[in-house]
Design a protein around this ligand. Sequence first.
Ligand SMILES: Nc1nc2c(ncn2[C@@H]2O[C@H](COP(=O)(O)OP(=O)(O)OP(=O)(O)O)[C@@H](O)[C@H]2O)c(=O)[nH]1
Ligand SMILES: [Mg+2]
Length: 609
Amino acid sequence: MRKDNIRNIAIIAHVDHGKTTLVDGMLKQSGTFRDNQVVEERIMDSMDLERERGITILAKNTSVYYNGVKINIVDTPGHADFGGEVERSLNMVDGALLLVDASEGPLPQTRFVLKKALARKIPIILVINKIDRSDARIDEVIQEVYDLFIDLDATDEQIEFKILYTNAKAGIAHYDSNDNSTDLRPLFDTIISEIPGPEIIEGEVTQFLVTNLDYDNYVGQIAVGRLENGTLEMNKFYILCGKEENQKNVKLTAIYTFEGLNRRQTNKVEAGDIIAIAGLSNIKIGDTLTDLENPKPLSRISIDEPTLSMIFYVNDSPMAGRDGKFLTARHIKERLEKEMLRNISIEVQPLDRADAFEVRGRGELQMAILIETMRREGYEFAVSKPKVITKIEDSITYEPVEKVFIDVPEEFVGIVTEKISQRKGIMTNLINNGGGRVDIEFRVPSRGLIGFRSQFLMDTRGTGIMNTLTDGFIPWAGPIPQRTSGAIVADRAGRATAYAAFAMEDRGDLIIDVGTEVYSGMIIGERNKPGDLLVNITKEKKLTNMRSSTSDTTVVLHPPRKLSLDQMIEFIAEDELVEITPVNLRLRKMELDHNKRKKDARLEENSNL
Ligand SMILES: Nc1nc2c(ncn2[C@@H]2O[C@H](COP(=O)(O)OP(=O)(O)OP(=O)(O)O)[C@@H](O)[C@H]2O)c(=O)[nH]1
Ligand SMILES: [Mg+2]
């Protein structure tokens, strides 16, 4: 039996193509807000870091009512690091809106999410968004989407998708790109007509598949998913079927449905709705909550394995404990364990030392977001350079590999190709589109891509576009050269002086301001050649002397090159750490003692300073 008063849909697209903005429009026009309510942009991007970075990180649920039908909407993230969120979200829905930017057309993540949706055999509505862009090329983009469907072996039925044209920002959808629609009604109507209501087996027992996890400080762990069949009620006993073990006689402490931006508590839900439940402990994605007497677990959802790991250390720098509230191994361990409860793509492994933990995740961006979140909560710690996670089969080591799609002006093809081949990448396709830009496709070990993005942007003077997609495993590709420049390292504690900073100008780029307090072994700059350089950045000299040496003009120092957290993670070498505190980010050598470090390093001392 189909339930006709519910629709469950996901919105999927490449990063920034306008998913969250479209959801804003749907919420506004379905009367979720009061008429005079001031509504922020991208209201579903509710986490601080989502707002700051302008991206969606976690898939989120909302619902709107249209002509008496409840439409549950899952807004998914478009960045590749969060692809697992999209994949899982598709388990809850009966159809998807595939958004494609009217100018950019389908991009790598469009392919990834479409492939997952086609595999689920759900109907798709193509939404060509940002039709207001002056460089929109609607017809070409539609043709590219058809090509993509064919390339992904879509069935004839799947290829007969409906197309809508939207300006999500203005909240307008058109059946025809130049009809005179003024709102999103065409979109709502198409969702109702094209996407079937949830299919329910009448009389079947309760079956709730856990698809997503959340955590709430008051009610604890929350499981999100769709009630496939039956009803769920408070005060009734169920069984939770896990991967290996079952928990019998469990009871819920709360049941919620999604209403607009809120979770609404209720006592009973009917099959077909997307809901959240609280009160179960040790719940995992893929578990089924089902009937106690006649349990019928659903098949488990598989979760993509982590591809990257970083070590989180207790901060042992000379400045440890000045800024943070939570410093100890126990604090860090508890916080990481809590993260695992709500963030299923993060894994934490204990190490053979008590003051460090291996954290595994899906990409550099995901790691940076976890680190930034923890520092804002008052944690202090240090992190190592990210490493890819390899696997061994038949005594051969395999490493993850990625497809890299690059779009650069012609003049940068040489440098980009050279840099990627140094990183063991292989060119698999090159298309010169005319018009001065070239599309190149490479296959590169993920290891070679760590820290590559900033290099790429520098090499292409910010004009290059790069997208990546995981592409399985290959046998270990051999050594890949990492950062070739050395670090400029403080040889003693003190404050950086203008005099010493000026003397450093022809040695490389400083990354700290004059006046910054440093410690021995702290990295203060990037050297312009290989090998670390040990310097006294605290050296004072009377300013009068300096003026005389440069005649009458006052010394003008280059401003330091300040690195963001993401850039610091990209920058560090294997024997270096990023020190994280709520107030400061510093780079340091893992071993602060120069003599101990010198034994194995090409460390050079600078006798001039
Ligand atoms: N001109 C124009 N800009 C739009 C339109 N829709 C969205 N945008 C802008 O595109 C940018 C990205 O929009 P988002 O809604 O955050 O995109 P998203 O797909 O949710 O992005 P992720 O969740 O990070 O993948 C924002 O600056 C929007 O204001 C549109 O129809 N026209
Ligand atoms: Mg978004």
